[in-house]
Structure formats: structure tokens, C-alpha cells
Design a protein around this ligand. Structure first.
Ligand SMILES: N[C@H](CCC[C@H](N)C(=O)O)C(=O)O
Length: 288
């Protein structure tokens, strides 16, 4: 692969945005510095996550997910919809599969442009999130954020949908200073792998509002896995039914926690914003 002319797609799912590069034709080595340089909104292309497509033995494509801070993670719901759309077009079929670090996702690309991802069965045990301490009821864990005077998110529910999430109920998600509380909780010692932090406002038995501070990316316009985690948490707390419309700052996703097999299905849009070529200096940032 010619590292001096790396094609990329700029894509988004409800404003959660990605630089998508294709490494299926040749090895691509991207250090954390290069990921941060590409994700930089002032001097790079700018994105919440960098997505690398690789060949897979188990699925139509392998999706690597690198957060804007350079950390590699195992799940990204909004990106999965974007990748599914790319691969479905290549393969000429609506149903495709996406392998990630810890699971194979099924995807259906609808003629209406909505994409459904089968996110699998959520993990709910404290050691599957993971948490550093044992909590036997993960619908409510006690968490003090930072110093005693710091605002505390009320007893979040924790869920792993391929990545760790803490979702706290709020009467007004817009009033929560998530930019301040988010990083405190993301790095809380209870989360040995850090966590994505959300606040969830139940609007009706089939509709919630969600805002998220993403691990490794900060406040984003949408977080697909957080929408899944918030829906699972609300269903476990018997605040909603098993199909929930989740309204994120960037728009709506529909989440179903299917009774028959316990799988979580996420449905929503994708978008291709533009295509381009990554300049070599972003791939090997100066001083690296
Ligand atoms: N920041 C997340 C990964 C991206 C998740 C989000 N973009 C989504 O759509 O699920 C994490 O570190 O687990």
C-alpha cells in the first residue's frame, strides 16, 4: 500500500464522525500519534474515531476502531452502520457481517438508508463490564465522582455492549455538566478499562433522551453503543418497553432488546460526507 496516498472516506452516524481507511489490500501500521494527528480537528482531518477496514476470515470485513485519543477499542455502533453500508454496496447485497475485536456483528442495509446492526447479547455482570469491585446488581452502582464536592451522577447502571458503559438517569440531561463530570467518571478507578459515560432522561415508555461523554473521544453528537446501553439500562429498570427510540444530540436511533434471543438491535442512518487522500505527514507525525 502506498502510504503516501492513503484514500479515506469521511463518514458519520448522526454526527458521530469517522475517518474510514481501507487496509484490505495491504498492511497499514498506524501508531497512536498518527491516529491523534488524523483525528485532530485543527491540524488533521478531524473525527471522533478512525476506522480501519481489514480482511476477515470470519466475516465480510474486520473493523478496527481507534478513538481520537489513539486508544484501540472493540465496539462502535455508529461506525458499524457506516461500514455495513460500504461493504453492502461492494458485495451487492443488503446483509453483511462485520468482525470486531470481540464479536461478529450481523448487519442489514435497508433500501430506505436505515441500517440495522445486531449488537449481540449485552454483558451485565460486574466482571464483564469490567468493574474493579463486585456489584451484584449492576442496574445501580454507587459511584462518587472525584472530590466529595463534585456533582455525582446518581447510581449509574453499567452495561457492556462490546465496550463499557455507565448510564445514569436524569430529569434533564441538558442540565448535566457532562463536560466536567464525564472525564472524572471515564477515568474513575472503578473502571479498569475506563468507560463511556451517559445521562439518560426517560420521556415515555418507548422514548429516552441520551447524552454521552465517550471514552477516548469526549462529548460526541451520538454514540451508538451508548444508545444501546441506555436502552438496556432503562429496560432493566422497568422504565421502558423493549423497543426504545433514543434521541441523541445528532438524531434518533431505534434500539430493540429482542426477547427471543436477548440480542440488541440498533437501527439508524449513515452518511458519506466526502472522500480524500490522507497526506503522508499525518501518517508519520513529526517527531515520532
Ligand atoms: N468511545 C467508544 C468507542 C466508540 C463508540 C461510539 N462512537 C459508538 O458509536 O458506539 C469507546 O471507547 O468504547
Amino acid at each position: 500500500m502506498d502510504a503516501n496516498a492513503l484514500h479515506f472516506r469521511k463518514m458519520n452516524g448522526l454526527g458521530n464522525d469517522f475517518v474510514v481507511v481501507d487496509a484490505r489490500t495491504g498492511a497499514l501500521v498506524l501508531g497512536a500519534d498518527a491516529v491523534r494527528a488524523i483525528a485532530d480537528r485543527k491540524e488533521g482531518i478531524g473525527c471522533d474515531q478512525l476506522i480501519v477496514l481489514e480482511s476477515s476470515e470470519a466475516a465480510d470485513v474486520f473493523m478496527r476502531i481507534l478513538d481520537a485519543d489513539g486508544g484501540e477499542v472493540a465496539a462502535c455502533g455508529n461506525a458499524a452502520r457506516c461500514v455495513a453500508a460500504v461493504v453492502a454496496q461492494e458485495r451487492g447485497r443488503a446483509d453483511v457481517t462485520i468482525e470486531t475485536e470481540n464479536q461478529v456483528l450481523g448487519a442489514h442495509v435497508g433500501a430506505d438508508g436505515q441500517v440495522t446492526i445486531d449488537m449481540g447479547v449485552p454483558r451485565l455482570r460486574w466482571d464483564e463490564i469490567p468493574l474493579a469491585e463486585a456489584f451484584h446488581d449492576t442496574r445501580h452502582i454507587e459511584l462518587q465522582a472525584g472530590p466529595i464536592d463534585a456533582p455525582v451522577l446518581h447510581s449509574p447502571a453499567v452495561v457492556n455492549v462490546g465496550n463499557p458503559h455507565a448510564s445514569s438517569s436524569s430529569d434533564d440531561v441538558e442540565a448535566v455538566d457532562l463536560g466536567r463530570i464525564g472525564p472524572m467518571l471515564e477515568h474513575h478507578p472503578l473502571f479498569p478499562e475506563r468507560a463511556n459515560i451517559s445521562v439518560v432522561q426517560v420521556l415515555s415508555p418507548d422514548h429516552v433522551k441520551v447524552r454521552t461523554w465517550e471514552r477516548g473521544a469526549g462529548l460526541t453528537q451520538a454514540c451508538g453503543t451508548a444508545a444501546c446501553a441506555a436502552a438496556v439500562a432503562s429496560i432493566r429498570r422497568e422504565l421502558t418497553g423493549r423497543t426504545v427510540r433514543t434521541t441523541l444530540p445528532g438524531g434518533d436511533l431505534v434500539i430493540e432488546w429482542r426477547e427471543a434471543d436477548g440480542h440488541v438491535l440498533m437501527t439508524g442512518p449513515f452518511a458519506l460526507d466526502f472522500e480524500g487522500t490522507l497526506p503522508a505527514e499525518l501518517l508519520t507525525p513529526a517527531g515520532v
